[in-house]
Design a protein around this ligand. Structure first.
Ligand code: HEM
Ligand SMILES: *[C@@H]1O[C@H](CO)[C@@H](O)[C@H](O)[C@H]1NC(C)=O
Length: 331
């Protein structure tokens, strides 16, 4: 009997051991403490340089993390180039002619390979970069949990299906986020990312010409001017790649103006606008009001939700690999 118990315990230990080895999905703060103590410093300096060269890059780098995490998890699958049978996620509709910042990640990876060869995953680089990008525009910081490993594959179809479209209904957005383990609160907080960066005419045309959604909601009677400006930037057809700022009041700052815009009917994307127009229970509007009137509250929630997003389906232990170049799996 005792022997049986001993064997059972041994078996459990072995099983747990292999589980940890193959990856238990746990990220930690000091993952590179021994192997690359300067990693965060190196990333921060290089994000600052990239953003100084081009301020919009901060927004693009933040979005890269989102588009990585929503397809197969935060595993740098988004960075892989098309290779043989594998089609790059960068070719998918949400990313094509839109995703930016991959060269910045390449550059940082190159430097990190000199400083700490074969050590830092591309997925962790994206996660640290996203945080530093937010900080660089005046947004909140947070501790980035580390230890992600890089995928061996990309999912073109996943990128087409799993990244929400800008003309999604609120219901679709909520169920999309839920699919990734994120709740309505995360949806509202993370949408606050649209306080920086730009969108193309193709992304907001439908919202600007389709008035029906807003007939019942116009508390500040301001959308007419807003629409007029946007229609002049974005005609009914053509000029698909013409850009407009997602937050037209303070486009360069990571602040809470996104929510103030929403309350005035001035969210640029349909997916921004539906947070206030389709929220029949009034719960989201409450949150939008809270963030619009208290930036610190938004910053805390945003940081929290970013950590949550950064945990989606991570590869750990001996899952995946540490890519040497972020665009290719190792051979
Ligand atoms: C709620 C669902 C979301 C939808 C439907 C959505 C959709 C979009 C679209 C259509 C664009 C413009 C792309 C273009 O026209 O080229 C955009 C830009 C952007 N998105 Fe989102 N997004 C969502 C959530 C998020 C989240 C969760 C984040 C980050 C955590 C994020 C960060 C950004 C940023 C920073 C930009 C500007 C990028 C740049 O200027 O390069 N978005 N988004
Ligand atoms: C959203 O836009 C896509 C592409 O333009 C279109 O095919 C689709 O019907 C639109 N969906 C809704 C709900 O309007």
């Amino acid at each position: 009997m005792d022997l049986m118990r001993l064997l059972t315990v041994a078996l459990i230990l072995i099983l747990c051991g292999t589980e940890t080895l193959s990856g238990d999905g746990t990220l930690v703060l000091d993952y590179y403490k021994e192997t690359c103590p300067l990693v965060e410093e190196i990333v921060r300096v290089n994000v600052e340089i990239a953003v100084a060269k081009e301020p919009r890059m901060a927004a693009s780098l933040l979005r890269l993390h989102f588009h990585d995490c929503f397809v197969l998890g935060c595993d740098a699958s988004v960075l892989l180039d098309t290779n043989g049978d594998m089609i790059s996620e960068k070719q998918a509709v949400p990313n094509l002619n839109s995703l930016r910042g991959v060269e910045v990640i390449d550059e940082i990876k190159y430097i990190l390979e000199k400083a700490c060869p074969y050590t830092i995953s591309c997925a962790d680089i994206i996660a640290i970069v996203a945080r530093d990008a937010v900080v660089s525009r005046g947004g909140p910081g947070w501790d980035v949990l580390l230890g992600r490993r890089d995928s061996l594959e990309a999912s073109f179809s996943g990128a087409n299906q799993l990244i929400p479209a800008p003309n999604s209904s609120l219901e679709t957005l909520i169920s999309n986020f839920k699919q990734h383990g994120l709740d309505v609160g995360d949806l509202v907080a993370l949408s606050g990312s649209h306080t920086v960066g730009k969108a193309r005419c193709v992304s907001f045309r439908q919202r600007v010409y389709d008035v029906s959604a807003e007939e019942h909601y116009d508390p500040f009677k301001r959308y007419t001017t807003f629409r007029r400006i946007l229609r002049s930037i974005c005609p009914k057809s053509g000029r698909d790649n013409e850009l407009a700022p997602l937050d037209f009041t303070t486009p360069a700052r990571f602040d809470n103006h996104y929510y103030i815009n929403l309350l005035q009917g001035n969210g640029l994307l349909g997916s921004d606008n539906v947070l206030v127009t389709e929220d029949h229970e009034g719960l989201i509007i409450e949150q939008v009001w809270a963030y619009a009137s208290n930036q610190e509250l938004f910053f805390k929630a945003f940081a929290n939700s970013m950590v949550k997003m950064g945990n989606i389906n991570v590869l750990t232990g001996n899952e995946g690999e540490i890519r040497r170049k972020c665009r290719f799996v190792n051979t």
